[in-house]
Write a protein that binds this ligand. Structure first.
Ligand code: ZN
Length: 257
């Protein structure tokens, strides 16, 4: 059985459960629409993905306090990322959210968002190591997978109101719930390791201080005692182990000089 048909089968099971849960028979027309949407979830094209991820970021930008130019956090980040507008074929845009969360993320459309709480905790070099890691999740296809699975959940949840607005992947009233699904989804340990590797190479490539990755992880490890929901430590477990590994990479890199 191929992976794709496996996904469709799984979604069909969810659809049956949702129907039962709603306790009513959906109209035939809506069922057809919902069916289309479920199939689409399994076959989201790269173009759809870019639209969906952009739609999500726009929603997040509208629902978070974005630091404007002139704000010390915004200016600090802008200085840091000068020259990183096109990284590894991905056109990037950067914003700071003026929130206390120690977190950052990047999305498949190339948006990178850094929380002020992370900037308070970390040095410039450490912030760059986190940015490199987050870009890694996008370039290695992890973010796309996360969006894909969140979309699948969202499509099944909204069976009863299956209508998609023109030019958008998800209806306006669905996007908030969808973003929540994306944020709650976790990357696997192997994805994290691969992104660490990507992030480290990113630091080396740009002549940034590659020792900053281990010190960034050390700070996250120190925090992990209270790393609840909304913290980068909740989505990035095992910081202590990753500190050691990043340190080893840096020591190896030192020897190459
Ligand atoms: Zn990560």
């Amino acid at each position: 059985m191929s992976k794709r048909s496996g996904l469709i089968a799984m979604l069909t099971i969810i659809a049956i459960n949702v129907n039962a849960q709603f306790g009513k028979v959906l109209s035939k027309a809506k069922n057809v629409e919902a069916g289309k949407k479920l199939v689409k979830a399994a076959t989201l094209s790269d173009e759809d993905m870019a639209t969906l991820s952009l739609q999500s970021v726009q929603w997040m930008d509208e629902n978070n306090p974005v630091a404007e130019a002139g704000d010390p956090y915004a200016d600090r980040l802008n200085n840091l990322v000068t020259g990183l507008e096109n990284e590894d074929g991905l056109v990037l845009n950067f914003k700071v959210y003026s929130v206390v969360d120690v977190n950052a993320f990047a999305t498949p459309d190339g948006s990178v968002r850094v929380m002020a709480g992370l900037m308070d905790l970390m040095t410039d070099d450490e912030i760059l190591s986190v940015i490199g890691h987050e870009i890694g999740h996008v370039k290695l296809g992890h973010s796309k997978k996360r969006y894909q699975s969140a979309y699948s959940i969202s499509a099944a949840k909204d069976l009863a109101a299956a209508n998609t607005g023109a030019g958008k992947i998800l209806d306006d009233k669905e996007i908030g719930g969808f973003v929540e699904n994306v944020l709650n989804a976790q990357f696997s340990q192997s994805n994290e390791s691969a992104s660490d590797d990507y992030g480290f190479k990113f630091l080396v490539k740009h002549n940034f201080n590659y020792h900053a990755m281990s010190s960034a992880f050390q700070k996250l490890a120190d925090l992990s005692g209270d790393g609840g929901k909304g913290s980068i430590t909740s989505s990035h477990p095992g910081s202590a182990k990753r500190t050691t590994r990043a340190k080893e990479w840096a020591e190896k890199q030192d020897q190459k000089k």
